[in-house]
Write a protein that binds this ligand. Structure first.
Ligand SMILES: NC(=O)c1ccc[n+]([C@@H]2O[C@H](COP(=O)([O-])OP(=O)(O)OC[C@H]3O[C@@H](n4cnc5c(N)ncnc54)[C@H](OP(=O)(O)O)[C@@H]3O)[C@@H](O)[C@H]2O)c1
Length: 331
């Protein structure tokens, strides 16, 4: 059921809550809301400090695992709209090592946020999942309809199961309780506030850091895992944030929405692009003894486009922006 007709829109003075406001996605949503003129924003953080300061944003430190603290937060803030961007996230090693935590923590946090949004009569909530919810062998590009049509990638199955439970929570609260909870599944993201820890980061921030360190140490080569042939899609987090604000104002319905750039690039081409942007002059070596993973992972974003949203930040511009942010933080 797609029902854009009855969508409520955010007024500039409505109370907007961003859960996970210090994260890469949460801070981008705060920037997008401020840019659009919203003036009554609250953000939650846990350990990491929020980076975006403004008279129109107040921050609250809270552990979203704590059910009664989350209930009190809703009772005190009385948010009209909620963006759910808090989660325990990580790369393949973290996902596969802390399997119980990835499942348990994400289930608890999202249950607390979604259930209390219903109890507090929130006008609308946007739940953010991830493209890892889809079957490992899903046909490409991946349509929303492919959910639950095959086995998941085992390394991140706990995280994916939690995210699937989250989007189903939204769907079924809508059906049983008449709420207006929507869900979106973003592709791989990058940009300001990304995680550059090599043990725990995604491919693009890892490449930025590797090339930067190689340049700084005048290394002669950078080694990339695998053949470089897998195709992946990347979206700047500011485009994702614009899409989230757009959906909050323009879409209601039980069908969740893929959010992506709509085109992919090989890891080799990506590595060459990052190499050029960072200014590393050595060469690339592909360690073909390491696994490549899924050959292609691209979201079908025709549904998002049919609603009227198109992203605007091209990969080269976006990586330049991400590298500037990296230099700002780590130099
Ligand atoms: N990054 C991507 O490429 C990507 C792609 C697709 C979807 N997404 C989705 O976007 C959402 C946000 O991801 P992100 O990349 O912004 O991750 P992130 O930078 O790690 O931000 C997540 C935030 O959630 C907070 N958090 C975690 N557990 C918490 C708890 N118990 N209580 C309070 N806060 C807690 C973390 O706070 P602390 O740091 O203080 O622990 C962190 O600041 C996730 O749902 C993710 O699946 C991300």
């Amino acid at each position: 059921m797609v029902d854009t007709k009855y969508t409520v829109t955010m007024n500039k003075n409505d109370k907007i809550l961003v859960a996970g406001a210090a994260g890469m996605v949460g801070s981008a949503i705060i920037r997008a809301l401020l840019k659009a003129g919203y003036q009554n924003i609250s953000g939650t953080y846990r350990n990491r400090k929020p980076s975006v300061g403004s008279d129109f944003v107040d921050y609250l430190q809270i552990d979203l695992m704590d059910q009664s603290a989350v209930k009190n937060m809703y009772e005190t803030l009385k948010p009209d709209f909620v963006f759910y961007a808090a989660a325990k996230v990580g790369g393949i090693v973290a996902n596969n090592t802390y399997r119980a935590e990835f499942l348990y923590d994400n289930l608890v946090i999202q249950n607390n946020i979604v259930h209390n949004a219903w109890l507090s009569k929130v006008k609308k909530l946007l739940f953010l999942g991830s493209s890892c919810i889809y079957p490992k062998m899903a046909p490409q590009p991946i349509k929303e309809e492919y959910l639950l049509t095959g086995l998941l990638e085992y390394t991140n199955e706990p995280y994916a199961i939690a995210k699937i439970a989250g989007l189903k929570l939204c769907e079924n609260y809508n059906i049983q309780y008449g709420t207006d909870f929507i869900a979106a599944m973003p592709t791989n993201l990058y940009g300001p506030e990304d995680n550059y820890d090599l043990q725990n980061s995604h491919v693009l921030p890892a490449l930025i850091r590797k090339f930067h360190e190689a340049k700084t140490n005048a290394a002669e080569k950078v080694v990339i895992w695998g053949t470089g042939s897998p195709l992946r899609e990347f979206m700047h987090v500011d485009d994702l944030a614009s899409a989230c604000v757009f959906l909050m104002n323009n879409y209601s319905g039980n069908k969740f929405v893929n959010i992506g750039w709509g085109e992919d690039i090989s890891i080799k081409e990506l590595a060459l692009l990052v190499k050029r942007i960072v200014g590393f002059e050595g060469f690339l070596e592909f360690d073909v003894s390491k696994p490549d993973g899924t050959p292609r992972k691209l979201l079908d974003v025709s549904f998002l486009r049919s609603l009227g949203f198109n992203p605007s930040i091209h990969l080269e511009d976006g990586i330049n922006n991400a590298y500037a942010d990296f230099l700002n933080k780590y130099q």
